[in-house]
Design a protein around this ligand. Structure first.
Ligand code: BG6
Ligand code: MG
Length: 224
């Protein structure tokens, strides 16, 4: 896809885009589901990608028959989060996906604004473990957002924080909900993953290391 207008900003998801934590989220949900004898597998997990913790728990529990009151639900979400946090506490900058730092640096050098639009409340901790906090011009706090993905809110908030018109932003996502959010925000969407899954994406690549800024350069050369 050639970009119709100059690209001024790139807005990134984190889990599954810059680092392999989508799998850590899956393992923690799977552990919880197994303990509760609720069926859950990688296919079911696709529906959780990009979705906040509370809503994700509702989706996991909906495959079972037992009802939980709000206090019990909070405790279950807390247990999942504790397992997840124990996993990410071990991460180091070497765990960034291969090529991820280079992509962020290339975008910076090209003068683009860079923002993070992750649904994860653990994103600041993760960025810190990976030593990439300073690369971002804006990090949107999901707690400040009214409606989570697939609503466009978090991507629009990122564009606002960068003073970038949404039509000149590229969103980068590995989840169906995230790609939907980017498109609803009126942005170009780069999917990381299976094109058969991420059907709304303007372009799909397997891995962040395949990202080339020139793929989004307009033919008349308004981009570096
Ligand atoms: C998203 C993940 O990035 O963050 C979801 O794709 C996760 O799987 C969501 O549920 C919320 O994360 P957290 O760390 O706040 O529980
Ligand atoms: Mg993701």
């Amino acid at each position: 896809m050639m970009f119709p207008r100059p690209l001024v900003a790139a807005i990134f998801d984190l889990d599954g885009v810059l680092v392999d934590t989508a799998k850590a989220h899956y393992r923690a949900w799977k552990r919880l589901a197994d303990e509760l004898s609720i069926p859950f597998d990688e296919k079911a997990n696709e529906a959780l990608k990009g979705i906040d913790r509370t809503r994700s728990l509702e989706i996991v529990l909906s495959a079972g028959t037992r009802l939980f009151n709000p206090t019990e639900r909070a405790a279950l979400a807390g247990r999942k989060n504790a397992w997840y946090r124990a996993e990410i506490a071990e991460l180091t900058p070497a765990d960034l996906f291969q090529g991820a730092r280079e992509v962020l640096c290339t975008l910076r050098k090209a003068g683009l604004g860079i923002a993070l639009a992750s649904a994860s409340r653990n994103a600041p901790l993760l960025l810190d473990r990976l030593a990439i906090t300073d690369i971002f011009d804006a990090i949107i706090d999901p707690a400040s957002i009214q409606q989570g993905k697939p609503a466009p809110d978090i991507f629009l908030a990122a564009a606002r924080a960068l003073s970038a018109p949404p039509g000149e932003c590229l969103g980068i996502e590995d989840s169906v909900a995230g790609i939907q959010a980017i498109k609803s925000a009126g942005m170009a969407a780069l999917g990381i993953g299976d094109p058969a899954m991420l059907t709304q994406a303007d372009r799909t690549i397997d891995h962040i290391s395949q990202f080339r800024l020139t793929d989004f350069v307009s033919p008349w050369g308004s981009q570096p």
